[in-house]
Write a protein of this length. Structure first.
Length: 95
């Protein structure tokens, strides 16, 4: 019985680990944006990057609260698409 309890705790930790990682990612994006030179292009791109990182987190939370499997997969796909956008935008910053 103890083994099942330990396994259940490990599964619970794994389940919410992604939520913590997404939150840390969003915070790191904000730190990156704040450290950039304040050029016109960086300011505009920064707005998009911050919105995208926040969107990834919001979509992840919505996926976890999904009512069914289809809803979960749709929200997870939105999360994935948003996360793919960020490296493209970050690559356009001027240092």
């Amino acid at each position: 019985m103890k083994l099942q309890t330990d396994t259940a705790r490990a599964e619970q930790a794994k389940r919410y680990d992604l939520e913590d990682r997404v939150l840390r990612f969003s915070k790191r994006i904000i730190q990156l944006v704040n450290a950039l030179p304040k050029t016109i292009s960086n300011i505009e791109i920064s707005k998009q990057v911050v919105r995208s990182s926040g969107s990834v987190r919001a979509n992840h939370i919505e996926a976890n609260e999904a009512l069914g499997k289809k809803d979960f997969f749709d929200e997870s796909e939105n999360c994935s698409k948003g996360s793919k956008r960020i490296p493209i935008l970050v690559g356009t910053f001027r240092m």
